[in-house]
Design a protein around this ligand. Sequence first.
Ligand code: SF4
Ligand code: SF4
Length: 452
Amino acid sequence: MQKIPVYEYDPHQKSGKIYVRLTEGLFQNLRRLISGSLMLMFFATAWINFDGQQIVLFDFFNRRIHLFGLLLSPKDLFLLAGMMIFGATLLFAMAMAYSRVWCGFACPQSIWTWVFIRIEDLTEGSRNNRIKADRNMRGMNLVRRILKHILWLLFATLTAVTFIGYFTPIREIATDIMQLNVSAELAGWIIIFALLTYVNAGLTREKVCLHMCPYSRFQSVMFDENTRTVSYDATRGEPRRTERKESAAEGRGDCIDCKLCIHVCPTGIDIREGLQADCLACGACIDVCDQVMIKTKKPTGLIRFKSANAEAGKASPVWRPRLAGYMTVMTAMAVGLGWGFIDRDAVLIDISRDRQNLYQVDNRGLICNDYQLAVENVYLEQQALSIAVAGKQYSLSGPQQIQLPLGQRGEYQLRVCRQDDTNPSRAVQFLISSSDQKWLADTTFIDPAGMH
Ligand code: SF4
Ligand code: SF4
């Protein structure tokens, strides 16, 4: 039989610090694939421009959100709210089907924590080295520790700059940084977000997941007897083999009590004690235990994703009414959101009266009112628009055919004159139309009679 490494240290050191051991395996590869793709998206998307415009930009200063070619205004906030509700429902469905897989595989807190742990492993060495180094923080150990914190801070700063780049054009930020021309305000935001990243992913790590994240507290109400959770097969594993000799295996379970499942756990728990709210479902203990089982020539899966019903030998379907309910809600929301995006206004219109001169009498003796019309194109491409005024008693002067590129706002001076006083009305309606859509903007017309 192959020798299984024995680790002398308790994972919960007296300091309460958790020393995570890195491992390999199916779930770690899956986690790297998912988290690597999400991280790449985060760092790359901010740099992608389309038609000279950053494709994702939350431009709160101008009350606009650029989202993959769409320009969203405050009128579209219900679409953003819908997307958030869709995301929350997806989280509920995931938690119900496979417990906290969101936490283990896709949550930014976990993704960044794993990167920081990887940096720690590269600079300070393996788990055992780090434990020993903590007892003798001098010489090269100190140099490695300082290097780790420098790399953490650099990565945290890169994260902060990218994050802020979703709220202020990232190319402008990069230019300011390259030219060492960073405003105090920008520098302040970078420092705040870099420190938050450094503290969350480097220093507090699992404490954020265990004590600060609300999701971990209410996820248990989403679990049922068919939820697949990371669980230890006690029937197979117990009683544990504390002796490593082959002869000691007689009458014993498959768990050799190597404690590797605890050492790789980012929250430092012992999954053999049963289902725990602190388990992030990252699968690290499954991977490391499978390696042990292979080495001891036992079947893998002593720790695995399994539901309580499956554990009890009962049927355990993944698809069940509550999950189908979540899927129905998500499908309905996806259709509603799709329709909302297709049907939303392609232009934003704002009409205001000239407040200096309530009305004018022109050289033909007609009563006229002046207006300022602001039109913004929030469609996917340039638009040709016509401006007209409704009602035969009114005539319009000013631009009546305009071209507006995406995201551009145009302001136009318009004059409306009433040429027929037989049925004096104090309502005016502007009609703005593209080749396939029409928008109406109502305002008032003031004449001398209306002044009294
Ligand atoms: S469950 Fe597996 S990894 Fe954990 S102590 Fe037992 S044999 Fe080792
Ligand atoms: S118990 Fe296993 S799956 Fe749960 S957090 Fe720890 S290592 Fe990850």
